[in-house]
Design a protein. Structure first.
Length: 740
């Protein structure tokens, strides 16, 4: 089986049992489908199938036979149209229910409280009730009957069965009383309000889901639709972003959004990247820097060469990764799924037991027994259990994506909150991954001239140490004269003629004829012992200065490490660098435990040792040499600027290299799991508490409110409808959880 994967929207699901039915139908009835995982929160299914054996159309046909609609890929926005049609249908049905149920409720309550005078006992009033209740029961409630039939046919009982059965019992019981002489009270308003209130709950639930899904959609829609492309003739012309190709030159003016991922070719500006990194401070961009589609150019004019278009853009990759992650199931959800699978049959038995008990206890008071059993059927809904996990996961994933944190799947989100130890790679992770000048020491009189001549000689080299010298000179506004007679010797350094001087820059231990003053040599030995690299500068054979270079910490490293320590995490650093450099970086970052001189296999062994010590370990690394350790760790975390192999191996990808995102990812995972547990507690607590109340266990407890001692089925319907909204609303609060 070649295992092609596809995510498809599903129309018509309302609870965990519906989701289970879709999954079972696809795996059981469609040859070639190896797995199907439904996400109730996003109303979609992720299917793995053999395209040589089956097709999406065969899946859609099977799902249709089960009573649902699978939306197949199309050039048109079929999913949006289908969902809009479904919402319009619900609104029409709800409107019918409100138009007929409200006057029915007013008349019924008016009769009960004697507000209708002599009409309260008019024999024809009951027929008015029947006339008003019937459209509600069979038009507004039609979807419940269809769903119940579908569930019974598929042998997977769901909430539609409970609603249809509860409202029908009230309706039929009232109809029997109506045609029976001497009836005292009818319950047509009960059956009608059950249907209307639950339909209102479904409408509110659908809107809440849309709010949860909108955050990711707004992120993906943030890129502009058109771009100003510079043609071969040097002229600008607007074209659709969808028509851009890799290599196209795009002009981005101040105040415009960058239309495509690319590299700055010319110009300088500050770009607001908060929509992908979560950081509010604009990032300076100069030629050679990378920009992302959808970010805002704040100041200068930029010319950008497109490098990532269409599905290869950062936003598209974020969207695809988040969609896959949201469609996955967290391990904690399996427990809720198992409970939901047996919940409805248990409730049906409970309702039957309730009816029988009250019939026997009250010597045949069928009215009380019927109302009790209806309340049990109506108040028990497995929807909240089905939504508890996927809704929180969906919102959490979206929050992470907007802040530059991409989780591979829901299991990763769940596992990360259990992490007790984090191991960091050094170069490119804790540090910036490129050497910078830490100090320039020169003999008197050569402070600026020596720097100018050294930078001129190094400007002919592409070596990272040489480029660090040039950057340092330019940062001090020192001119960089062009070299001549340039010569580079690997492992030693460069020599060139600069401004009519013979200049050498290189390893002080390998340059010919070098003599270093004692005071300068003492300084060199001291800084070398701290892990600094050294370049000596000779002008016309005389040593005029030394450069001390080091791979500097990332600006956010110290703060991020301190915060993770406060979170109770055990921190360590693993590096292949020498002991002196490792000690310097670890001390500067605030990490007490570090290991140096490590090969990739050594890093993997170090992770295994932490795990054997009882830790759940996350590894943060950006290089190819980190991939074994990333794979061994319980959670692998890779900065988005790292090597492709590291990103592919990692469970969490960070957009950019800001180390505070590691702490944010852990906090977001903890917050999401906390919301899932709250949701599951509420869902179980609600049913454990309310089902016995509906069954009448507190009937004789005088100190309790009357509404709880004898729970009206209409109140039960209201409580059930809003239990789902509570779970969804609690999940949406993740959008406001404070992260560092």
């Amino acid at each position: 089986m070649n295992g092609k994967k596809i995510d498809l929207p599903v129309i018509g699901m309302s609870c965990a049992h519906c989701a289970a039915t879709v999954e079972k139908t696809l795996v059981r009835d469609v040859p070639g489908v190896s797995s199907a995982v439904v996400n109730l929160a996003t109303e979609s299914v992720a299917v793995t199938f053999d395209e040589r054996t089956t097709s999406p159309q065969a899946m859609a046909d099977a799902v249709a036979r089960a009573g649902f609609k699978l939306v197949l890929p199309s050039l048109d926005d079929v999913e949006t149209n289908a969902r809009r049609q479904n919402e319009r249908r619900i609104r029409r049905e709800l409107l019918v229910g409100i138009v007929f149920a409200l006057p029915l409720l007013v008349l019924s309550m008016g009769s009960d409280f004697g507000l209708l005078g002599g009409l309260s006992h008019a024999p024809w009033l009951g027929w008015i009730y029947l006339t008003l209740a019937t459209p509600v029961q069979f038009i507004t409630g039609a979807s419940f009957y269809i769903g119940a039939y579908r569930a019974v046919r598929n042998r997977a009982l769901d909430m539609d069965v409970l609603v249809a059965l509860g409202s029908t019992v009230a309706y039929v019981y009232s109809l029997v009383l109506l045609v029976t002489p001497g009836h005292e009270h009818l319950y047509f308003e009960t059956s009608a309000m059950i249907v209307v209130l639950i339909k209102v709950g479904k409408m509110l639930e659908a809107r809440s889901r849309a709010v949860a899904a909108r955050s990711i959609k707004s992120l993906l829609d943030s890129a502009p639709d058109t771009a100003s492309v510079i043609g071969p003739d040097g002229q600008e012309r607007p074209i659709a972003v969808a028509a851009l190709s890799v290599g196209d030159l795009v002009m981005v003016r101040p105040g415009e959004k960058v239309p495509v991922d690319g590299t700055v070719v010319s110009g300088a500006s500050a770009v607001d990247e908060s929509m992908v990194t979560g950081e509010p401070i604009p990032v300076d961009k100069v030629p050679g820097d990378i920009v992302f589609g959808g970010t805002m150019n704040a100041e200068g004019l930029l010319t950008v060469r497109a490098t990532g278009v269409g599905a290869d853009s950062l936003l598209a990759r974020i969207g695809a990764m988040v969609a896959r992650a949201q469609a996955s199931k967290a391990p904690i959800q399996r427990f809720a799924d198992r409970v939901a699978a047996v919940f409805v049959p248990v409730i049906l038995v409970t309702a039957a037991v309730t009816f029988t008990f009250w019939m026997l206890w009250t010597d045949g008071d069928i009215q009380l027994a019927v109302m009790r059993s209806i309340a049990v059927l109506v108040i028990a809904c497995p929807c909240a259990m089905g939504l508890a996990t996927p809704m929180a996961v969906m919102v959490g994933m979206g929050r992470g994506a907007r802040g530059g944190i991409l989780f591979r799947d829901a299991a990763t989100m769940e596992m990360l909150h259990k992490v007790t130890a984090i191991a960091f790679d050094k170069t490119g992770t804790l540090t910036q991954g490129r050497p910078e000048i830490a100090a320039w020491v020169s003999t008197p009189g050569w402070e600026q001239t020596g720097l100018e001549l050294a930078a001129g000689a190094e400007s002919g080299s592409g070596h990272p140490l040489a480029q660090a010298v040039v950057r340092y000179a330019r940062s001090l506004d020192v001119s960089v004269p062009p070299p001549s007679d340039f010569q580079a010797t690997p492992g030693i350094g460069v020599r060139a003629t600069v401004s009519e001087h013979a200049v050498q820059v290189g390893n002080p231990r390998r340059l010919d004829g070098i003599a270093i003053p004692d005071w300068m040599a003492d300084r060199m030995h001291g800084l070398e012992s701290m892990g600094h690299s050294v370049l000596a500068v000779l002008v016309d054979g005389e040593t005029v200065g030394l450069f001390f270079l080091a791979d500097q910490l990332r600006p956010t490293a110290v703060g991020a490490v301190a915060e993770m320590r406060e979170m109770g995490l055990n921190l360590s650093m693993l590096t292949g660098d020498n002991a002196s450099a490792a000690a310097r970086v670890a001390a500067a970052a605030g990490i007490a435990v570090h290991q140096s001189g490590m090969m990739p296999a050594d890093k993997e062994a170090a992770i295994a040792e932490l795990q054997q010590g009882g830790h759940r370990v996350a590894m943060v690394g950006d290089g190819i040499n980190d991939t074994p350790a990333l794979a061994r760790a319980d959670i692998g975390i890779a900065p988005g600027a790292g090597a492709a192999a590291a990103i592919e191996t990692a469970d969490v990808t960070l957009v950019g290299s800001d180390l505070t995102l590691v702490a944010r990812a852990v906090k977001l995972s903890r917050a999401t799991i906390r919301k899932i547990r709250q949701n599951l507690f509420w869902a179980f607590f609600f049913n454990v508490l309310c089902v016995p109340i509906a069954a009448g266990v507190f009937h004789g407890v005088e100190w309790m409110p009357a509404m709880l001692r004898d729970l009206n089925p209409m109140l039960a319907a209201t409580a059930m409808a809003f239990s789902d909204i509570i779970v969804i609303g609690n999940s949406l609060r993740l959008n406001h959880v404070r992260l560092p």
